[in-house]
Structures are given as structure tokens and as C-alpha cells.
Design a protein around this ligand. Structure first.
Ligand code: GAL
Length: 815
């Protein structure tokens, strides 16, 4: 019982005892954290004879295996897609062999010196139904594959000898709506501490008051004493900005065997606010001292910022109005599968930033912890989402099977892990949960909202509702603090009128579908358009029944100031859910992304950029290789108001933005144009009619050579960082061959290895783990990972009959 803690709490001392240290002088030796990356052995399914292979963790066992139409075929009635009868969906979960059992083992050595320590194992996530054993003894289980969890290994350890760690996983069929990944796909750590220690995610830091001159900081710390006797401890909290200590305090108390929650208040003068432009972060170092010796050091991070959600004026960060220009992101990394890679995520988020996005919704499950950390560092607002399903099943073996025993534990784990992050603004307790259709559906929502309020009263609960009428009628929308609407731009006004007190945003918007570089004429709205090529139009006007074009959502956002913004489905393509080709094979990855599965921007990237970023954008589409005399459409994605189209120097007219017509509001269009080979040029004009910018596409000749572009020329030599290298097939003048599908092979020399390859084609069944890839519409990508040695990486791209390309990247210990 919580009240008993107070009985033991004897405050003997309050004040700063430790002199003004630099952060790098902080003694960390008392808490040892080791990531378990190498020398794991893995076996897929328990077949005999056993076949173990050596793997590194994070590991996704399915990503290197062949696609197969039969894997996890789902005969399902997808209510959310407006279906009335069950249909057989192939590729819904990616068509990779993620179903089945995965066995991992690894030898751990503990010395006699470890005898007086506590030893924990931490998983950032393991897919799924993890069971952990040490020396054949069962340690613990955590079924939800997206949750982070920790087990205490101490009592299972044999000292001064090898210990066998085993992790058994199992993915059931019909348990997901997208590719969930398979295996120990996130980081694992061993943490050794003193028997008196700060528990995992043991600090909760809030900033109850922020003014220009001072920031109040409240830190609640959970300390545990697993030694044999009660201890008098001193707990010291120090706040650092960069490496300077800016505040500190300490408290002395007695800790017994029960967990103790210790609350301390600090003040920072002239706090630097965390914002999207200047994401200032502060570090808290929590130290426990016994008899003047530091026995544990625990690090946390926080930021000063205020958030305010209003019913009529939108959202405010630090008192300034901000509209969410958000993207939804699933957890896989395309060619890398679900195997987590922080460097690849940094690359992805930087692309989102370049586009002008300022917010991320981690759909529909807890992300890797590094994602919200990156959001802190790069300045994104972040919605952490817990579930896609509650008690009511969407898939037979989905979360509904875990709901009763695990919902509270999973939500608490997410909140405790992420609640210090300044980027995090709301907790989403669910996405399109089927309880929307149930009379008493609000009860489960209230249960989860109560947990949010108990564990983090500083942030609201939210959920994404698609079945908007039912969710309002059965009280669900009222059981969250902020209702989010999936695909309801046409209902914003009426909902606001009926519920003026609600604070609302578009939790999922657009769901426009497109395949990079695939154009179909004339460019016009295509509702649930199925084409024999199994591709969707890159003019960004194709969308499934329930969805819209970006333009329609832009308009609704502009016309409704009270709406706090939008979260586009999705920033990147992901594995699984190949809507609108759910029943067609071979399709196995989404068409929803603004950026394709390999990481190459589609045209849509420039449409969002022109609307969201402060930069000037002028992007002409399509490519310029058509049949002579054919009728085509030409669009310009631009934030210039006016532009003139020229084909081979001949003007085809000026177009001006026209807010009274949806598709003339955010793009400039020339339809029914006769194609002539040569060049298409769009020239932006100012009010006086002067040319101020231009974009040109040329007709390409036959493929002649390859070109490589890398996202960086220097990379850290740490065995982790990745480089995205995009290879283009170009003609002898360097013009992209927009339909080229040449097979490209990658030769690598030096300090890197190839992690994955891709080309963004949702219908391709080529392996992601290879040294070759066909170009899709002229382009493909290879993702390289640096080694731990300083030196150079030379990547050569070759293709039969074409001139090769080469690029050199340097690997450095510090950059
Ligand atoms: C929504 C759902 C997403 C995805 C999307 C496709 O209904 O929340 O997970 O399925 O549709 O448009």
C-alpha cells in the first residue's frame, strides 16, 4: 500500500552536497549497461535436426526469406474498409514467413564480482509471446511484441561460469493487419546495479511551472532496496544543460525492502524551451549514495515546454499556435524489415522534416524507444499509440487474446517508458477499435483513459475513430480527452457544431495511394481504382473508398481553425496492407506512403512540402517519355501562385491557383495536353508576370549509365550507422530513364556491409537481403552499414551493358 511508504520516509537532509561537476565527470561505473548484439544463435521452428545460425540482434528472421502468397492468407471481413462479405487477402501481413516459432540462445558470463549486484535483462521489444529462460529456468514472459519489458535475472545466475540465456518466441497466424516482423527485433540489454537502485524507467519528471526566469522541475524517483537490510541513502538529483550542471538537490532517507517513491523539487533559472525549431533538452542524473559512496547513477532526459489543446483555436506549444503537419508511421523499415535501426530512423525522420512535417503518430503500437528520443532531438511532436485492438477482435489471434491480462500492463509500460519526453503530447489508447460498434464500448475506453490519468496526468488520452457516428453515440468519443478522427474531413464542421467543447484533430488523413513513377491519364480522382498493372496513380488522386486526396484534407484543415491538424496515412510505405490490391497477387506492401518502401520520395512528397514547408517548391510531373501525340496531363506541385507551361518552348498557357476549386487550390494543372518528345517546363511567375523559378523534365534516351547518390559522404565508424545509396539508370545525357528496370548489382569494398536493397515496387517479390536489385521506374536503393573501423567504403553499381558508377564514403570515429 502506497501510504506505508511514507511511514518509512525519514527526511534527514536537504540540499546540494556534491560540488559543481561537469557531466562527463559523473561516475557511471556503478551501473553497467551492456547491449547484447553479437553471438546469438537462432533457429526457426523446432525442427530436427536442429539448425542454429549465428545472428546479431536486432534481428528479423523473416525479412531474408522468400515471399509466399500462402503465408498468413486471411479470409476476413474488414469492417473498417466498408466490406460486407469476407474476402481472401494475400500479402496483408507482408507474405514473409513471420508466422511460427523462433528460438534464440546466447551464452552470458557472470563473474564472482557480480555476486553482490542485481542483474536485469531488458528487451525494447520481441515479436512475440516472448518467454525468457536462464539456465533452463523460466524467468518470465511478455506476449505483446511491441512492448518494452525487463526481467530480474539475479536469482537464476550461476557465477563464475557460463550461463545459457534462451528466448522463445511465437507469432500466430491471423494476428496482425500489417507485417509485424519476427524475432528479437529490437535491442536487448543486461543491466547490473547495486542492490539499492533506481528501477527501470524509475524517474517521472514534470515541469509544473515555466516562466522566462525560472522552471520548476518535479522528479519522482522509484528506488528499490533488494539488499538484506534497510539502508540510509542519500539521493542526489542534478540537472544538466549540455554538460553544465544547472541545478541540484539531495535528500536522505531510509529505504527498506519495499519500493519507495521519492519526490523532489528543483528549479532551473532561465529555462531554455524545447520547441520544434530549437529542441533544447536537459539531462537529469540521479545518484544514490550510501555512506558517501555513489552506488547507482541513473540518467533521464526532459525538456521545458507547455502544451495546450483548445476546442476552438487548435493546439499551442509554448503559447504559440501550431497546426499538426503529422504523419503516421508503422514500425518496419522496408528492406530492413522490423529489425530496429536508429540510424535508419534518423534518416527517415530527417526526410519528414525536410518535407515540413512536424508531428508523428506511432501507429498502432508502442514504437522502439529511440523513435520518441529522435522526436525529442529533431523537434517533432509525438503521439504514442498503444493498441489497434482491444477486447473486440479485428484479427482472430490479435490483441483481443491478451486484453484481459495485459492491457493495463502494456499501457503502463508504454507510459512509464516514454513519459519524460517533451516531444510526447498525447497517449493514444487505440486506433479504430471495434468497441466503437458496441453499446458499452465506452467502458474499455474509460478504463484506459483512467490509467493514462493515473500514470501521467500531464497529457491527454486520445484515440483514432473511423466509425465516427457510432463512437459518438455510444459515448466512446467522450471517454477520451481528445477525439481523433480518421478520414472525416467532411464531418469536422458538423461535429464541432454538435460538440463545441471537444478538442479535435485528424488522427488519420488522406490514405492516398500511389506507386512511384506510375502515371495514368487523364489525372483525375480514382476512388478504389483497380488497374491491371497493380499500380496506383502518381498524380495522387487515387484513394480507397473511405479515404481522400491530400488536397481535400488541406482544404478541410484550412476551413476549420478549431481542428488541431492532421496525421497523414502514411509518411512511408510499409510491409503488408497493399490496399487497393488486397486480393491481388503479387502485392505485399503498401501504396499509402508519401515516400516509397525503399526510401525514395514519390511525387506526393513535393505536394506536402509545397503546403507544409516554408521553402519554395516547384515540382513538375509526370516524366516526359510518352507516345508521340498522346494526350497527357501535366501538374505542378507548388506553393507559387501562378505558372506557365512550355513544351519544347511553346507556351500551353498560364495557370493560377484558384481557391474555389479543390484541385486548383494546391496544384497547378494542365490537362488534355498533346505530348511531344523533348522537354516539359513549368515556369513560376510573380504578380508582374516575371519568371521566378522553373522545373524541367526531359525525354530520356535509352539507358546508358548508372548514377549513385548517397545521403551522406561521411559516416561514423561504429558498426551501426547506415548510408542510403540511391542508384538511377540514366541516358547518355544523365537524364533519368523513367521506365528502366535494369538489374543493378552492388559491389562493396571497405568498411561496410550491405544491410538491404529495395526499389519501392509494391509488386516486387525480389529479396531485400541481396547484393542486387532491379530498378523500378529507373531507381533502386541499397542501404549500407558502417563497420567499426575508420577508413573508406567504395560502392560500385553495375548493370549489364551500362557504364558503372562508383562512390566513396569515409568512415570516421567521430564526425
Ligand atoms: C485505417 C487504419 C490504418 C490503415 C488505413 C488504410 O482505417 O487505421 O491502419 O488500415 O486505414 O487506409
Amino acid at each position: 500500500m502506497k501510504t506505508n511508504y511514507l511511514f518509512y520516509l525519514v527526511i534527514l537532509f536537504f540540499g546540494c552536497t556534491f560540488g559543481c561537476q561537469k557531466i562527463d565527470k559523473i561516475d557511471n561505473n556503478n551501473r553497467e549497461v551492456t547491449r547484447l548484439t553479437d553471438d546469438w544463435e537462432f533457429q526457426y521452428n523446432d525442427t530436427l535436426p536442429q539448425k542454429w545460425s549465428n545472428v546479431t540482434v536486432p534481428h528479423d528472421w523473416a525479412i531474408s526469406m522468400p515471399f509466399d502468397k500462402k503465408i498468413d492468407m486471411q479470409e476476413v471481413l474488414v469492417l473498417e474498409d466498408g466490406e460486407r462479405i469476407p474476402k481472401l487477402r494475400t500479402g496483408r501481413t507482408g507474405a514473409l514467413p513471420h508466422i511460427g516459432k523462433g528460438f534464440y540462445k546466447k551464452t552470458l558470463h557472470f563473474s564472482n564480482q557480480d555476486k553482490d549486484k542485481k542483474v536485469f535483462i531488458q528487451f525494447d521489444g520481441a515479436m512475440s509471446h516472448a518467454k525468457v529462460y536462464l539456465n533452463k529456468e523460466f524467468v518470465g514472459t511478455w506476449p505483446y511484441g511491441y512492448s518494452s519489458f525487463e526481467f530480474d535475472l539475479t536469482s537464476y545466475i550461476q557465477y563464475n561460469q557460463d550461463n545459457l540465456l534462451e528466448v522463445h518466441l511465437e507469432n500466430k497466424p491471423l494476428s496482425s493487419r500489417w507485417y509485424p516482423g519476427a524475432g528479437i527485433y529490437r535491442n536487448v540489454r543486461i543491466v547490473k546495479t547495486n542492490p539499492v537502485y533506481v528501477t527501470n524507467w524509475g524517474t517521472y519528471i514534470t515541469t509544473p511551472e515555466i516562466t522566462e526566469t525560472k522552471g520548476k522541475v518535479n522528479i519522482k524517483t522509484t528506488v528499490k532496496n533488494d539488499s538484506q537490510e534497510p539502508k540510509n541513502i542519500e539521493i542526489i538529483q542534478s540537472i544538466f544543460y549540455k554538460d553544465e550542471r544547472v541545478s541540484s538537490t539531495s535528500k536522505t532517507l531510509k529505504v527498506t525492502h519495499t519500493e519507495k517513491n521519492i519526490e523532489m523539487d528543483l528549479e532551473v533559472s532561465s529555462p531554455k524551451l524545447w520547441s520544434m525549431e530549437t529542441p533544447h533538452l536537459y539531462q537529469v542524473i540521479t545518484q544514490i549514495a550510501i555512506e558517501n559512496e555513489i552506488v547507482d547513477t541513473y540518467k533521464s532526459q526532459f525538456g521545458f515546454r507547455t502544451i495546450e489543446f483548445t476546442n476552438n483555436k487548435g493546439f499551442f506549444l509554448n503559447g504559440k499556435s501550431v497546426k499538426f503537419k503529422g504523419v503516421c508511421l508503422h514500425h518496419d523499415l522496408g528492406p530492413l524489415g522490423a529489425a530496429h535501426n536508429t540510424s535508419a530512423w534518423r534518416h527517415r525522420l530527417l526526410k519528414m522534416k525536410e518535407m515540413g512535417a512536424n508531428a508523428i503518430r506511432s501507429t498502432h503500437n508502442p514504437s522502439d524507444p529511440s523513435l520518441v528520443q529522435l522526436a525529442d532531438e529533431l523537434g517533432f511532436l509525438f503521439i504514442a499509440e498503444a493498441f489497434d485492438e482491444w477486447e473486440e477482435a479485428k484479427t482472430e489471434n490479435g490483441y483481443n487474446k491478451l486484453w484481459n491480462d495485459w492491457a493495463e500492463k502494456d499501457l503502463v509500460a508504454l507510459i512509464h517508458r516514454d513519459r519524460n519526453h517533451p516531444s510526447l503530447i498525447m497517449w493514444s489508447i487505440g486506433n479504430e477499435i471495434r468497441e466503437q460498434n458496441k453499446k458499452d464500448g465506452y467502458k474499455n475506453a474509460q478504463f484506459l483513459t483512467d490509467i493514462v490519468h493515473r500514470e501521467d496526468p500531464t497529457r491527454p488520452s486520445t484515440a483514432g475513430f473511423n466509425n465516427y457516428r457510432a463512437a459518438i453515440d455510444n459515448g466512446l468519443a467522450d471517454a477520451v480527452d481528445l477525439p481523433g478522427w480518421n478520414y472525416k474531413p467532411n464531418k469536422y464542421k458538423a461535429t464541432h457544431k454538435a460538440h463545441p467543447e471537444w478538442k479535435m484533430y485528424g488522427s488519420e488523413t488522406a490514405s492516398t495511394v500511389s506507386s512511384r513513377g506510375e502515371y495514368f491519364f487523364p489525372a483525375k480522382e480514382g476512388k478504389h481504382k483497380i488497374r491491371p498493372s497493380l499500380h496506383s496513380n502518381s498524380f495522387d488522386m487515387d484513394f480507397p473508398n473511405w479515404a481522400q486526396t491530400p488536397d481535400r484534407e488541406f482544404k478541410a484543415q484550412e476551413n476549420n481553425d478549431f481542428i488541431m491538424g492532421e496525421f497523414v496515412w502514411t509518411g512511408y510505405d510499409y510491409l503488408g496492407e497493399p490496399t487497393p490490391y488486397n486480393e491481388e497477387w503479387p502485392t505485399k506492401s503498401s501504396y499509402f506512403g508519401i515516400i516509397d518502401l525503399a526510401g525514395i520520395p514519390k511525387d506526393r512528397f513535393y505536394l506536402y512540402k509545397s503546403h507544409w514547408s516554408n521553402e519554395k517548391v516547384l515540382h513538375v510531373l509526370p516524366h516526359w517519355n510518352w507516345e508521340e501525340g498522346q494526350k497527357v496531363s501535366v501538374h505542378a506541385y507548388t506553393n507559387y501562385d501562378k505558372a506557365e507551361l512550355f513544351i519544347n518552348g511553346k507556351s500551353l498557357g498560364i495557370r493560377t491557383k484558384n481557391q474555389s476549386n479543390l484541385y486548383d487550390s494546391y496544384r497547378l494543372r494542365w490537362d488534355d495536353i498533346t505530348y511531344h518528345a523533348g522537354e516539359v517546363k513549368v515556369v513560376a511567375l510573380n504578380e508582374n508576370g516575371d519568371a521566378i523559378a522553373e522545373d524541367i523534365k526531359y525525354t530520356a534516351g535509352t539507358p546508358h549509365q548508372l548514377k549513385i547518390e548517397v545521403d551522406r559522404s561521411e559516416v561514423k565508424a561504429n558498426g551501426e550507422e547506415v548510408v542510403y545509396a540511391t542508384v538511377s539508370v540514366v541516358d547518355k545525357n544523365g537524364v533519368l530513364c523513367p521506365r528502366a528496370s535494369n538489374l543493378v548489382t552492388f559491389d562493396l569494398d571497405g568498411e561496410a556491409n550491405i544491410l538491404g536493397v529495395g526499389n519501392g515496387d509494391p509488386t516486387s517479390l525480389e529479396s531485400f537481403v541481396a547484393h542486387k536489385r532491379k530498378a523500378f521506374n529507373g531507381k533502386c536503393v541499397t542501404i549500407l552499414q558502417s563497420s567499426k573501423n575508420e577508413g573508406t567504403i567504395t560502392l560500385t553499381a553495375k548493370s549489364k551493358g551500362l557504364t558503372s558508377a562508383e562512390v566513396t564514403i569515409s568512415t570516421k570515429n567521430s564526425i
